[in-house]
Design a protein around this ligand. Structure first.
Ligand SMILES: Cc1cc2nc3c(=O)[nH]c(=O)nc-3n(C[C@H](O)[C@H](O)[C@H](O)COP(=O)(O)OP(=O)(O)OC[C@H]3O[C@@H](n4cnc5c(N)ncnc54)[C@H](O)[C@@H]3O)c2cc1C
Length: 459
């Protein structure tokens, strides 16, 4: 039996936030209908993003709306608040929130009191103080960034096709990616594949005119699929003429010139930064214990260590990996752990409310799958290694089985089926990012600045 009324606050609407709330609304169905429990989910976006599909969204194989899951629809027994937690005083069980309304009304943040807290704000890109990065770098963590990058790449091809200045053309056709994890490798491989295909519709751009460069600071890429498959990926990408530089760092991208630690310099308008993640900065605005790396110190039951009624999982949480041989290892920040942790986390909150014993989170990493473009892939799962088409097919089957809701599965499958029957999408809808530009011009105003207005990209 739950206590009088349990107010559960879930911060974050990503993997952990959505799956925990989903689990809780199932587990606490009776309590919710009797008004003995309430669940509030705070998320800056009204949707959960299925991040492993971002590279395919960038390539145009899946439309952006199908990469996200509407929170209000799946969490129909929760209160969804579109906003951000800006601080948490767990001693007082209070979270400070900003919402669109508080911003518009200028009322500052509002306070929300809770009994149980789930803190799952995920991670943000881990950047370094590289000159020019903050001004020119492009991230690859959100659906907006993925679609923005797709539009940007096709716009660069349009610029290259129409300019008479060889320097502008060269810079437009040079694409630099920094970081060889799955986000960077998949994003580069999918976009290169898309651009190679798109080039056939340009009278004056050949695939070999483009320079695709992957810069990785360590001596390997795709550690998620193991060493052998990582080496295979290096060979495959190099065969596609991708300039893969291991043991190399980006030192500067000021003035739109990518300067690498091996001395190479590439004038470019595209620097995509996928060099890892770090815990979300909101964690520092709480009174909860953090590890040296800024993740929330958690127990194997997914409770925040020494902070009763606070829970965490996913990228933001340092959860001990109880399956690891060496003691002290933490679960890696990936979706595989996030989804499974959310299930245990939801159950453990229900157990706590009912005075039942807690479960321990235990999951041994089973490997990973990665897509390297249409019909190309690499996988190392449950000890099995796959390459090329079988790996790509497995990647699709795996992610189709994992993307939340039947609705999304059906839509993604329909899109894949249709794109197998018809030609690939090659259009850039960059103007969607500036919907008022046309009307402002018609009304005599000055349209907002658009990057393609300035082919040298000097702004
Ligand atoms: C391009 C890409 C590809 C990937 N591919 C794979 C893959 O193939 N396999 C795999 O296992 N993993 C993959 N990952 C990693 C995986 O997506 C993450 O590990 C997973 O999303 C972590 O879940 P999370 O809930 O901790 O964080 P997220 O899913 O990032 O969710 C965090 C949520 O919190 C919200 N939030 C942030 N700040 C606040 C705040 N102050 N208040 C309220 N809400 C807030 C965010 O908007 C977001 O909705 C990939 C990641 C990327 C970027």
């Amino acid at each position: 039996m739950v206590k009088e009324r349990a107010r559960i606050l879930v911060v974050g609407g990503g993997y952990v936030g959505m799956y925990t709330a989903l689990r809780l609304q199932r587990k606490l169905k009776k309590e919710l209908s009797r008004g003995e429990a309430e669940i509030t989910v705070v998320s800056p976006d009204p949707y959960m993003t299925y991040q492993p599909f971002l590279p395919e969204a960038a390539a145009g194989s899946i439309s952006p709306r199908h990469v996200v899951v509407p929170l209000r629809r799946v969490l129909d027994r929760c209160r969804v608040v579109i906003g951000e937690a800006t601080a948490i005083d767990h001693a007082k069980r209070t979270a400070s929130l900003t919402t669109l309304a508080t911003e518009e009304e200028g009322t500052g943040s509002e306070q929300l009191v809770y009994d149980e807290l789930v803190l799952a704000p995920g991670s943000v890109s881990r950047t370094l103080p590289v000159p020019g990065l903050a001004e020119h770098g492009i991230g690859f963590k959100t659906v907006e960034e993925a679609i923005g990058l797709r539009n940007h790449v096709i716009e660069q091809m349009d610029i290259a096709s129409s300019t008479r200045d060889p320097a502008v053309r060269d810079a437009a056709l040079t694409f630099v990616f920094v970081g060889g994890g799955y986000a960077g490798v998949e994003a580069l491989a999918e976009l290169e594949d898309m651009a190679r295909y798109t080039a056939r519709y340009y009278h004056n751009i050949r695939p070999e005119d483009m320079k695709w460069i992957l810069v990785e600071a360590s001596d390997r890429i795709l550690p998620e699929v193991g060493e052998e498959m990582g080496r295979y990926t290096v060979t495959q990408l190099r065969r596609r003429n991708i300039d893969l530089r291991l043991n190399t760092r980006l030192e500067s991208c000021a003035d739109r010139v990518a300067v690498l630690s091996d001395g190479a310099r590439f004038p470019t308008r595209t620097v995509v930064w996928t060099a890892g993640v770090k815990p979300h900065p909101i964690l520092a605005a709480t009174d909860l214990p953090l590890t040296g790396r800024g993740r929330l110190k958690c127990t194997a039951e997914l409770a925040v260590d020494g902070a009763p009624h606070a829970w965490a999982a996913g990228d933001a949480a340092a959860v001990p990996d109880v399956t690891a041989e060496e003691p002290g290892r933490e679960c890696a920040p990936n979706a595989q752990h996030a989804v499974r942790q959310a299930k245990v986390l939801g159950d453990n909150i229900a157990h706590t409310l009912r005075g039942e014993p807690l479960q321990t989170y235990s999951h041994a990493y089973v490997g990973s799958v990665a897509s390297l473009g249409l019909h190309k892939g690499v996988a190392h799962v449950y000890g099995r290694r796959l390459k090329g088409y079988p790996a790509w097919f497995m990647h699709r089957v795996y992610h189709l089985s994992r993307v939340p809701t039947f609705n999304r599965k059906a839509r993604v499958l329909a899109e894949w089926t249709l794109s197998g029957l018809f030609k690939r999408e090659i259009v850039s809808l960059g103007s969607l990012e500036h919907p008022r530009a046309e009307f402002e011009l018609a009304a005599g105003g000055k349209p907002p600045h658009h990057p393609t207005d300035d082919p040298k990209g000097s702004s």
